[in-house]
Design a protein around this ligand. Structure first.
Ligand SMILES: Nc1ncnc2c1ncn2[C@@H]1O[C@H](COP(=O)(O)OP(=O)(O)OP(=O)(O)O)[C@@H](O)[C@H]1O
Length: 257
């Protein structure tokens, strides 16, 4: 059975059809990229999968269970994780406290902000830190972390609820090209080891072609292509959309700098 099944997903904002009759499947352990120019509808698609937005039409099923109308928190409990930016509040905490907080929230326990020495889920948090090779940074304040380390921490936090599906919206945004490759290699290794499926959006085509098992291309809300990296690179419609946007496959952003 597919982990995720999306059928006829449609969302309008006033007169604009942001997502137009989009259908796709995501298999177990698959790394699926959702790409497209700015405004193509990628984030809107994500937000309908994780319950932040209700579609006007269409179906979303996780392991056969209908997700339409289910609240975002419940969707997380059903196994959909999402990398999210660590906010200002969380920056004031240490690395390990951030992961403990995610574990505590997942297990519906109360987090005692005043008791910094909390031992709750410490072992599990340390295991997650080892997964992203940050065990030596457990006691550091997040505000001191380098950007690449913060992204690795975000990945560990997203894995805390033990998701079967991980949604990653532009996971490498703001990173240097070399850091992007390292983060995606780490992500690919972890998700393969844990059998997690990943749906990710990404503007860096080098990252997409290096890691996606399959690629979906959105343009103006509609799915215009689906296939392997090779198929997508050779697709004339996709080339036209990207060439029109000034992006040439095979050139990294560094080439434009
Ligand atoms: N809440 C909203 N209200 C009105 N229009 C919206 C809203 N959210 C998104 N849109 C519009 O819907 C379209 C799709 O936006 P979306 O953010 O999903 O695209 P995207 O592919 O994620 O773009 P980007 O790559 O720039 O993040 C855009 O035209 C956007 O302006």
């Amino acid at each position: 059975m597919n982990v995720l099944e999306v059928r006829g997903l449609t969302k309008r904002f006033g007169g604009l059809v942001a997502v137009d009759d989009v259908s796709f499947d995501l298999g177990k352990g698959e790394f699926l990229a959702l790409i497209g120019p700015n405004g193509a509808g990628k984030t809107t698609c994500f937000n309908m999968v994780n319950g932040y937005l209700r579609p006007d039409r269409g179906e979303v099923r996780l392991n056969g269970q209908d997700l339409i109308g289910v609240r975002p928190r419940k969707i997380v409990r059903m196994g959909v994780g999402r990398t999210f930016q660590i906010t200002r509040t969380f920056l004031s905490m240490t690395v390990i406290e951030n992961i403990q907080m995610a574990l505590i929230s997942h297990h519906r326990r109360m987090f005692d902000m005043l008791s910094r020495a909390t031992r709750l889920y410490r072992d599990e948090a340390e295991a997650l830190l080892r997964l992203v090779s940050m065990e030596d940074q457990a006691g550091r304040a997040c505000s001191e972390l380098a950007y690449g380390d913060l992204k690795r921490l975000e990945l560990a936090v997203a894995l805390a609820p033990d998701p079967t599906l991980l949604l990653m919206d532009e996971p490498t945004a703001g990173m240097a090209p070399s850091e992007r490759v390292a983060l995606m290699e780490l992500t690919a290794k972890i998700v393969a080891d844990r059998g997690v499926s990943v749906l990710f959006t990404e503007h860096d085509m080098d990252v997409v072609f290096a890691h996606a098992h399959r690629i979906l291309v959105l343009n103006r809300g509609g799915l215009i292509a689906e296939g392997t990296g090779e198929e997508i690179r050779g697709n004339p419609l996709v080339q036209e959309v990207y060439l029109g946007g000034g992006t040439v496959f095979g050139e990294s952003e560094a080439d434009h700098a």
